[in-house]
Design a protein around this ligand. Structure first.
Ligand code: BTN
Length: 257
């Protein structure tokens, strides 16, 4: 924790040799009274979790598996925007430490050379109008040397892209430093209006065809950017509808980078 240059994120930082999932650990700690800004970092996760109920492969001592506990004042509907704030922070931190071109695949995958190097899982405990806590879980494939065959095509690591090992402490420090700066901008309006341009500058989907699977079916369009609450703005192809449609990360699955 002494290597962090942050004012609140990561104070305190709890290092664990192993846990089931840093998100689960963070939720247990938040319920037991851990304060806003507490960061949980684990060397090994035995049951790392991905979005949509998927598992997250977390090989020992080579990745960065961490979760920030937040107890924010804003209402629950704004919490999903934290994943976009975190995505920007990871892209920034990774670029700062490694020089690699890290882009964002909406809403919150970080991609280097077409392959995923980081995933983010935000989970919340809330009442209808009050957040008990939010946990922002970040998994960065830092020094992973090899991936299982089934994900080799889609996943990569900083080590594989760079050809040398990275300092995980440096990446952690830069990610949370960037997170604090972006979070301050987010709090100005409690939305993404002051971050939108910068998010879009790193948005790999921009100008690309995306395929949306929502409860009403499947449709295609061109991603144009995000709105101020973090929804992806898509210009629908065919159908004659020239208007932009805003899609929410909770209700759709977007394919194509
Ligand atoms: C995804 O892309 O599906 C999200 C992956 C999130 C993985 C991280 S690793 C640290 C934290 N603990 C977890 O169990 N998951 C997140």
């Amino acid at each position: 924790a002494s290597r962090l240059h942050t004012s609140w994120a990561g104070h305190p930082t709890v290092f664990l040799e192993r846990t089931d999932s840093t998100n689960n650990e963070a939720k247990r700690m938040a319920e037991a009274g851990a304060s806003h800004g507490t960061l949980v970092v684990a060397e090994n996760q035995e049951a790392g979790k991905g979005r949509r109920g998927r598992s997250w492969s977390s090989p020992e001592k080579s990745g960065i598996w961490m979760t920030l506990i937040m107890k924010p004042e804003f209402p629950p509907f704004q919490a999903s925007m934290l994943t976009l704030v975190a995505a920007m922070a990871v892209a920034e931190g990774v670029r700062f430490v490694t020089g690699l071109e890290a882009g964002i695949k909406w809403p919150n995958d970080i991609v280097v050379n077409g392959k995923k190097i980081c995933g983010i899982l935000t989970e919340m405990s809330a009442e209808p109008d009050y957040i008990n806590h939010v946990v922002v879980g970040i998994g960065i494939n830092a020094n992973i040397e090899e991936f299982p065959p089934d994900i080799r095509e889609k996943a990569t690591s900083l080590y594989l892209e760079l050809g040398e090992k990275v300092s995980r402490a440096a990446v952690i420090a830069e990610v949370w430093k960037a997170f604090e700066a972006y979070y301050d901008k987010f709090l100005e309006n409690a939305d993404l209006s002051s971050l939108r341009e910068e998010y879009e500058a790193h948005l790999l989907n921009r100008g690309k065809e995306v395929c949306v699977l929502d409860p009403k079916g499947e449709w295609q369009g061109i991603a144009r950017g995000i709105d101020r609450i973090g929804r992806l703005l898509i210009q629908q192809t065919g159908g004659g509808d020239k208007d932009l449609r805003a899609v929410d990360s909770g209700e759709v699955s977007v394919r194509g980078v």
